[in-house]
Unconditional design. Sequence first.
Length: 270
Amino acid sequence: MSERPNLPHDVVEALKEGRRLDAISLLRTTRNIGLAEAKGLVDAYDDPNGKPSSMPERPNLPIEVIEALKAGRRLDAISLLQSARKIGLAEAKSFVDAYGNPNGNPSVVKAVLVVIAVGWALISAVDSLGSLLVLVRSAQYRPGTFVVSRLLVTHLSGGRNPSKEHWELRGLVEGREERLSDPALVGAWIQRRSHERELRRRFPPGTEVKVLYNPEASDTLYQNRALRVLPFVDDLVADQSARVGHWLVFGLSPLLVIWFVLAGGGSRRK
């Protein structure tokens, strides 16, 4: 078995108290060695066989540094620690980071999680934006009949996978050329395994589709949904509110969860 390195008494006492980062700093000062060498000696003392045994602990920082961190003045805390301990910027920053999170600096992970959550919320909000626009003008929608003239299908992947198709019906409502496109139509009338041939069989020219019509609404597509012509439902407000509620649960909740976790972590450090 390997022998434990002979460390100064104050370094050993710091390790016994769980102040591993303080021990490394003391050893660097006492032996005038670099950070990597001091860390290696401390690791070897923890476990002579080469496996560090102690979990990372919060470093023991001067009270004025802790107060600066509690006040959210991280840069001031680093500067104060540099002055108090006579250490460099990188080492002071590592101590401050370790105090905030003894298991390592999670700033990059946090940033990635936030970006993913925000991106998901924005992407999934497109459909809800369309529903909000419908809700604002819900009183202007009236029952109507959409008479199919043709079916347009675009294979987004270049293949024949129905899950990657954009399709829309072109036809007439009240004598006006309109389009009807809503992914919910596929779920309601056509099984997911359907393909273009089945769609054309289901909606041949002349097919009459019961719809809700608002000629003043936007013709912009939202997640392949046309807002001017909607599939008929008995309660438009309830239907569109359910779409918004779905986004609040499945689109916005990941962002809220991450926010609460980060906020909780920040409050625990105070």
